[in-house]
Design a protein around this ligand. Sequence first.
Ligand code: SF4
Length: 167
Amino acid sequence: MSCKKSIAVSACLLGHKVRYDGQHQANLIVVQDLSVLFNIIPVCPEMEIGLGVPREKIELHQQGDDIRLLSTTQPVVDLTARMLAYAQRFVERHLFAGLVLKDKSPSCGVGNCKIWDKHGHMQHHADGIFAATIMRLKPGLPMLQSNELGVESALQSFVQRVNAYAS
Ligand code: SF4
């Protein structure tokens, strides 16, 4: 039996054509290096909640104290509950010791996703709904974003933390 740890990875970083525009964001460090070190669990939360390819963009909106995940279609569809439920199911169904996520995505980003108001003005930045839910359910889980993959020290630290993490 393999003693490699498993990590969950945004599927677009593995070259899967799951982005809203039908493209991928393949990253060689993920595809070539992390795939050797770890078992990879690909995940595209937007596909998993039933949004197809291609699809309209989705956005995070501030509504009172809440951040909601909304479609950009008319009528607007609130996708927040679906995304929260999927993230919860994902944690229940998979054992993983780390997470590599595409930055700036309203689903996968961490701390760098644009939050809009109802007038279309950007208010601030926060976490994507899938990423935020996973981090809440698995506090301390090693996490790396795609914009950190090229930083050698961040990558090494992630690998060490995954290997030390009791999943
Ligand atoms: S960033 Fe996340 S939700 Fe968007 S295409 Fe990649 S895996 Fe799917």
